[in-house]
Design a protein around this ligand. Sequence first.
Ligand code: ATP
Ligand code: MG
Length: 258
Amino acid sequence: MKTLAVVNSKGGVGKTTTAVNLSARFASGDARVLIIDLDSQSSASFSLGIGRQDLTPSIGNVFFDQMPIQEIVRQTSIDGLNLITGSIELANADVIMANVKGRENQLSSAIEHISDEYTYIVFDCPPSLSILTVNALVTADAFIVPMCPQYLALEGVVTLLSAVEKIQEGIGKTAKFLGILLTMVDKRSNAAEELIQMVRNHYKNTVFNTEIGISSALAEAPGFGQSIYDYAPESNGSKAYTDLTIEILDRMLKKGEN
Ligand code: ATP
Ligand code: MG
């Protein structure tokens, strides 16, 4: 398993923070890593230091203008981590691609040209089940679902997972569900703690042991275009994402064998 999508149709749950820091951690060894920003908000691209004026060419040019994917891969300031940006054009993807035959396979066809160059490829998905998220789910070997421990977020995950199942039934081959990641956990909140217990009781081992706590360093790092490993390597956020990376690699290995 090498391709991983970070998915949740709910917004602001830590998808981008997770995709960026996980990619940075993957790249800290010998691995060659690519992160693809599938969101018109371009948060992952900004988080890796790309300026607004430099967002294009983006993955949108591959989908809509048939630009070769090799031409839009960029290096980041992190050794071993490459990036394909997202840009505002992606906001129209559902409309533009509505009548394109095989529209759910655009990403997977594009990736074939560069896949061999990478050990891991991470997709940061937009907060919707748009055609872009469907493309990520079709292409990825596995997906993870970050969620904040709040009641409506839990309902959202139930809906999301059944929607993904529907997509899988419709399309056939899709990513395997690797697990739920609890993010922005406030250990001082009893309500959050109760919800976490509910989630863990219901989803059992599917929930990663690692929880990402609320961390000002994690919130600040994107403003400096840095991963948590460059911005605050000794922080709790940095340690949490390292623990998560180990768990994810372990699950990818095990699921890959099944
Ligand atoms: P969207 O759905 O809009 O793409 P998202 O799910 O990708 O959002 P992020 O952008 O990662 O979520 O996070 C939302 C906001 O919360 C950002 O400002 C981010 O910096 C902040 N944030 C993420 N994780 C944490 C954390 N563990 N502690 C504190 N702030 C966090
Ligand atoms: Mg995001």
